[in-house]
Design a protein around this ligand. Structure first.
Ligand code: PGA
Length: 255
């Protein structure tokens, strides 16, 4: 059995009760997408709404960030324990917006991933190079070092508990997308790095691509051997676009 494709919407700081509800309703009534896993990462004020709409359904939901701490005097933070309490199933860690705007290091990202694992939530660990890295041909080196820093925190025994997301920083929200070949090169490199540590985990590891995935480029990206789905920002806010991307994952599975 191959890896099941996974499409994750990252709503970022967008949404309202009304808009969210129509996205949830649309996702829940979609047909023909049963063969892929689908999740949405919603802003924290809407966790309760996501729980009410999605718990017990085929669509999972999760957070966009989590604290590396258990509990205590950390104003504004959200703990993994709270996420479990609410029924979240996944959590993004290390999104490039967190790394660049909030100064999160790969070490911290690894600690956050470990905290989610401790509480039984799947971390979607984001890695990605900047345009400068790519221009100076450092992409694969940067990928190895971001991945290594995370594995140092979670340990080899947890390699089977994570999802990776390759998100080239230069492609996020810019309308620029990695070509299917560029994505495949990095995904295969990431899988190879994991393979050196654990062959079985490397076979099962799902590696998502993120960065301006749209209805018209999704199928070509998802058709690459090591691209197991997508992390979708802007296009996840539009029901038709997001479902078209989910269907592209279905098509890429069957072809
Ligand atoms: P984008 O965002 O699809 O809007 O480029 C992707 C992401 O940041 O996860």
């Amino acid at each position: 059995m191959g890896r099941k494709k996974f499409v994750v919407g990252n709503w970022k700081m967008n949404g309202s009760i009304e808009e969210n509800q129509s996205l949830f309703d649309g996702l829940l009534s979609a047909k023909g997408v049963e063969s892929v896993d689908i999740a949405v990462c919603v802003p924290s004020p809407y966790f309760f709404q996501a729980r009410g709409a999605l718990s017990g359904t085929a669509i999972s939901w999760g957070a966009q960030n989590v604290s590396e701490q258990d509990s205590g005097a950390y104003t504004g933070e959200i703990s993994a324990k709270m996420l479990v309490d609410l029924g979240a199933e996944i959590g993004l860690v290390g999104h490039s917006e967190r790394r660049s705007m909030f100064g999160e290091s790969s070490g911290l990202v690894g600690k956050k991933a470990m905290k989610l694992i401790e509480f039984g939530i799947s971390p979607v660990v984001c890695v990605g190079e900047t345009l400068d890295h790519r221009k100076s041909k450092k992409t694969l080196e940067v990928m190895s070092s971001q991945l290594k820093a995370v594995i140092e925190q979670i340990g080899l025994e947890n390699l089977g508990n994570i999802v990776l997301a390759y998100e080239p920083v230069w492609a996020i929200g810019t309308g620029l997308t990695a070509s299917p070949e560029q994505a495949q090169e990095v995904h295969s490199h990431l899988r190879q790095q994991v393979r050196l540590l654990d062959v079985e985990a490397s076979r099962e590891l799902r590696i998502l691509y993120g960065g301006s995935v749209k209805p018209d480029n999704a199928e070509a990206l998802f058709g690459q051997e090591d691209v197991d789905g997508g992390l979708i920002g802007g296009a996840s806010l539009n029901l038709i676009d997001f479902l078209t991307i989910c269907r592209a994952a279905v098509n890429a599975t069957t072809h």
